[in-house]
Ligand binder design. Structure first.
Ligand code: GLN
Length: 487
């Protein structure tokens, strides 16, 4: 095995352009890496070996004919809630076993247009509900840095495969932190784009007013390259915004100065119970940004403390409606009954896992007559206050720095019996989805037990360029992203 699987999108693109390797070489190398490590990590649900090699061959032919597409010949793994025509799309749920996607999600079509090679689909919490990938019904995924630890979730497979060099990059989705938190837990880079930046067409909906698809990569520059491919208006998603896509990758200057930039530090984000090593790493990262010329400003996000309560009302309410479609009639599993009602009940009872059921019941409750005003409507009002906090803060600064999670990755099984404990860990990521802003997670240190720690860079709506710039400058002047797990 050459070491092509260890390289980044930009490094491989240079090698492909200069002819020192082919896409077939890269895919063969990545497949060998999967064979060597995925037995331990468990990132993949399905690997499309032959198809990937055929796509790689086509990419090599296109390059020989002069094509210079941005992702040409680069293998990417896909979170298993995105529809890829002709392939399963299980959402790691038993209820979707046997379902074959009849069309490509818009982001998949965009990846194909950009020349990427689709490698296979990776594990996740069932229907993206969870923070550890332990709610997956179809596989178990470990953190490549320590196989006894969780990879984070819900895009646990997407983060683990990139960290373990089993894919050059991957796609994830983020409703309340599901790209940023696993990126932080596995030591890679992840971006939650602004709501409306990336089309959700073909993404299996969890909470439609919060969901966004985004990249997980080894470097900030790679995230910029991939994000640029994913973004853009789509008439198939009425919430996707009609706005030009900036040249994210090209606009990343090689300069490492943050002079003239104001970075906000929200005091409410250093929460009680935060792991001291996480706090220290993030405070060191803030000092580092200061040394690059940034001015650090105290900002306040006073309503952030309500984010968990608001998120778990709105997300479950939307999920209860979105998941009504999995009724045994149209998709996947069916368990017959004497009438349709019995069929629905039996199929849903057998097909959904316990966390998904918990959320459907919770969401149905907060939407039910008599409770709608008390819970759902109030949550929507507080959501506006949370968004207003960010609007105020961004009058004073260009981006906000914070931890991604209160702790590094914990052990498998440590929190799986206590959903509330698991929910509370989403305190620092959910406010961004509720506000609709963008945020990036990148490595900024390691805990004494060897687990990675992430820095969150939060931007105002449609300010992806700003957070990528700050992240790139940080990354260029630190070594954290260069460390790899030994598997
Ligand atoms: N951990 C959060 C949840 O369980 C976020 C999930 C996500 O972003 N998909 O809902």
């Amino acid at each position: 095995m050459a070491d092509l699987h260890k390289l980044t999108i930009s490094e491989l693109t240079e090698q492909l352009a200069s002819g020192t390797c082919t896409s077939v070489d890269i895919v063969n190398d990545v497949l060998a890496s999967i064979d060597a490590t995925d037995g331990k990590v468990g990132a993949y649900l399905t690997i499309d070996r032959e198809d990937a090699l055929a796509q790689a061959k086509a990419a090599d032919e296109a390059r020989a004919a002069g094509s210079q597409l941005p992702m040409l010949g680069i293998p990417v793994a896909i979170k298993d809630l995105l529809n890829v025509k002709g392939q399963p799309c299980t959402c790691s749920s038993k209820i979707l076993e046997g379902y074959i996607a009849p069309y490509d999600a818009t982001v998949i079509a965009k990846l194909r247009e950009a020349g990427a090679v689709l490698l296979g689909r990776v594990n996740m919490d069932e229907f993206a509900m969870g923070s550890s990938t332990e709610n997956a019904a179809l596989g178990k995924t470990s953190n490549p840095w320590n196989l006894d630890h969780v990879p984070g979730g819900s895009s646990g497979g997407s983060a683990a495969c990139v960290a373990a060099d089993e894919a050059i990059a991957s796609l994830g989705s983020d409703t309340g932190g599901s790209i940023r938190q696993p990126a932080a837990f596995c030591g890679c880079v992840g971006v939650k784009p602004t709501y409306g930046r990336v089309s959700r067409y073909g993404l299996t909906a969890f909470a439609s007013s919060l969901d966004q698809i985004g990249p997980l990569t080894k470097t900030v520059k790679d995230s910029a390259i991939l994000l640029e491919v994913l973004c853009g208006h789509d008439k198939m998603d009425s919430s996707s915004i009609e706005m030009d896509v900036p040249a994210f990758a090209k606009n990343l200057s090689n300069g490492t100065s943050l002079a003239g930039m104001k970075l906000g530090l929200p005091k409410e984000y250093f929460v009680v119970g935060m792991d001291p090593e996480v706090e220290q790493s993030v405070r060191d990262a803030v000092e580092h940004c200061k040394s690059l010329g940034a001015e650090i400003i105290d900002v306040s996000l006073p309503n952030a403390k309500y984010a968990i309560a608001v998120y778990y009302i709105i997300a479950t309410a939307e999920a209860s409606a979105n998941l009504a479609r999995f009724d045994g009639i149209r998709y996947g599993m069916r368990i017959d009954g004497k009438d349709p009602i019995e069929l629905y009940g039996k199929t849903r009872a057998a097909g959904f896992g316990s966390e998904v059921k918990r959320r459907i019941i919770l969401g149905t409750y907060v939407l039910s007559s008599g409770y709608y005003d008390a819970y759902y409507l109030r949550a929507q009002k507080v959501r506006t206050l949370i968004r207003d906090d960010f609007t105020e803060a961004f009058k004073q600064c260009d981006a906000i720095l914070s931890p991604v999670t209160p702790t590094p990755a914990y052990k498998l099984g440590e929190k799986s019996d206590d959903p509330l404990k698991m929910y509370l860990d989403d305190i620092l990521t959910t406010p961004i989805n509720l506000a609709g802003n963008c945020a990036l997670s990148l490595p900024c240190g390691f805990a004494s037990n060897g687990m990675p720690i992430g820095l969150q860079i939060i931007g105002d709506a449609f300010q992806e360029e700003t957070i990528l710039k700050v992240g790139h400058a940080f990354e260029q002047t630190t070594e954290w992203h260069k460390k790899r797990p030994s598997l």
